[in-house]
Design a protein around this ligand. Sequence first.
Ligand code: HEM
Length: 489
Amino acid sequence: MDVFDGNKFLNTVLLLITTIIVAKLISYFIIPKSKKRLPPILPGWPIIGGLFRFLKGPIFMLREEYPKLGGVFTLKIFHKNITFLIGPEVSAHFFKAPETDLSQQEVYQFNVPTFGPGVVFDVDYSVRQEQFRFFTEALRVNKLKSYVNQMVSEAEDYFSKWGSSGEVDLKYELEHLIILTASRCLLGREVRDKLFDDVSALFHDLDNGMLPISVLFPYLPIPAHRRRDNARKKLAEIFANIISSRKGSNKSEDDMLQCFIDSKYKDGRPTTEAEVTGLLIAALFAGQHTSSITSTWTGAYLLCNKQYLSGVVEEQKNLMAKHGDRVDHDVLAEMDVLYRCIKEALRLHPPLIMLLRSSHSDFSVTTREGKEYDIPKGHIVATSPAFANRLPHIFNDPDKYDPDRYAVGREEDKAAGAFSYISFGGGRHGCLGEPFAYLQIKAIWAHLLRNFELELLSPFPEIDWNAMVVGVKGKVMVRYKRRELSVNQ
Ligand code: HEM
């Protein structure tokens, strides 16, 4: 480059910079200011914004910022704006908005390689809605009644293998039992009886293929993703065989697999084998870790709170006096004390700590302090069960395990209106498996309370914030001694 060329280059750069500055000044002084009342923005680094704070743990970030900023604020990460709506006063729109305003598809896209093509977040909302109808039908009370019988017999069978006394890792035991029960009720008899080991190993690979990095880059060519993709292909083959053999022999079973095989879209089209496989994978991902984690927390709290432990034991005795040894859907439905104990463990430890949507239209919210904010379309909108479930203006002494807060007269989960207790989400996309989850956890704990004395040996467990589905850290060692609960004890 000669001197002349060098000057020309310098002049061009100077011209460019001057143009940018002038354009900025014009837009600042001349273009009318937006009337939008945008939420406060969390301070962050240039370009990456609040990435590090978010990665360090969103709940820790919320604990720091909520007292300063209130329930609505925006975190910038690269070019993305994530606006948090914390508390029932501001989160109603999050839960109630139609898909055209707030959608799940973009933010939950990372599930597509796990669930497979043609289902849930890989299809348009109209198809997804129909597929959720299949879930709703598969989880109706008449179906739940037959699932409960299978849950009860799985629990009896599993715990019959424990000795007369011993020490176990309760977390491991409950995880295993729930995989077995889920296999039986959801995946079907063929998997539970003949293919359990193969199918569990494949689900394990699917599970390990969903990492925090997969949320941002679901197709990154890493070994965990390759194993995930292979596992899903093999599962599709296994289920294609089971489905065609059921169809061929005209056999019908009492499980979710059968419901999905028999499901039809509005236009009369039956589900394909690939869709059935994908929906079953989605059901297992939605319900397995969430339920096993909640069973473990429930146990940890009961074994540390003698008052509540004797409350649930007393309830079992009363039900035994009334119904004998029978444990079915209707008997489980009467276990209100146990229900409240599970619900409280789940309030303190919701396994899904963050729920997300993508906004397609502007909307406004008013905080409990009366501040109004406009959230522009294009923002990702987030709420957090783990944080919102412990708001002190909703739940009295929020960090305390207090199942009686749901009892008649207090009902803290309802007093401040809908969306106060959000472990199962709520509104338009509220959990479809909530009744199934409660029945399963109650069936397990009813069996344990009736047949064992239990003592927690480990210190009270800590939270494993690093997991995708947030659960219990480390082992939860428990000493058990077989007993037969009698009505007159
Ligand atoms: C303790 C156990 C469970 C917890 C804590 C839980 C939690 C949740 C939450 C928070 C949502 C809402 C997600 C969002 O708004 O983005 C949800 C949705 C859902 N859950 Fe569950 N879940 C549990 C068990 C189950 C089970 C056992 C099943 C099925 C067998 C299930 C099936 C579903 C489905 C299909 C949806 C999507 C509903 C929709 O988008 O319309 N869940 N769950």
